[in-house]
Design a protein. Structure first.
Length: 194
């Protein structure tokens, strides 16, 4: 816990206690004339905050952006047919091992991480986010979120092997990432209004 500042833990505890976040991204090829240029598609990111006790959605946020056609599939999203209803889609929110390796700039296979290695990966993840976040675009934040989602998936498999201190460290990393990402989103929204 020596790498996570006290303020991050204090911020993360209420966040971890009240909700967990699941991000689902789908892409839809645009057919409406009001949409972007030909050769683009709209990508909709749905973020759901879940009650950890019941697993029910307590808040849902939807954001739609326009990207060049075919780029959404490379980032781990699911392409859906415009005639398909959004409730029929299944999206992936976790990054591939290649994406995780690119993020850490070293070969990483998430499914093979041991408990200590995963704890170290969380620490390195947050260090990288802190260092690089100032120059990040929305796409960079989304990539980082998919990497965190991959780490979280492995954490769920290994959760019983961690001590309470380790679990608090991991929750602190998750909470600080969400706080940094939200602060960036709010900052972007405010500067767009000015």
């Amino acid at each position: 816990m020596k790498n996570v500042p006290l303020f991050a833990l204090l911020l993360a505890l209420p966040l971890a206690a009240t909700a967990q976040t699941k991000t689902t991204t789908t892409a839809k090829t645009s057919t409406s004339p009001a949409a972007a240029k030909p050769g683009t598609e709209q990508v909709t990111e749905v973020t759901e905050d879940l009650d950890p006790a019941t697993g029910k959605v307590i808040r849902r946020t939807t954001r739609t952006t326009t990207v060049p056609a075919g780029t959404a599939a490379r980032t781990g999203t699911t392409i859906i047919n415009p005639s398909t209803s959004p409730t029929e889609t299944v999206a992936t929110g976790a990054a591939s091992d290649t994406a995780v390796s690119n993020f850490f700039r070293e070969r990483t296979t998430v499914a093979r991480l041991t408990s200590p290695q995963l704890l170290d990966a969380y620490t390195r993840f947050l260090d990288k986010v802190r260092e690089d976040r100032r120059g990040w675009s929305s796409a960079d934040w989304a990539r980082a979120a998919t990497v965190l989602s991959s780490l979280n998936g492995r954490y769920e498999q290994l959760r019983s092997t961690y001590t309470l201190d380790d679990k608090l460290t991991i929750r602190g990393v998750q909470g600080e990432f969400q706080a940094l990402r939200t602060a960036r989103q709010i900052s972007g929204q405010v500067s767009d209004k000015l």
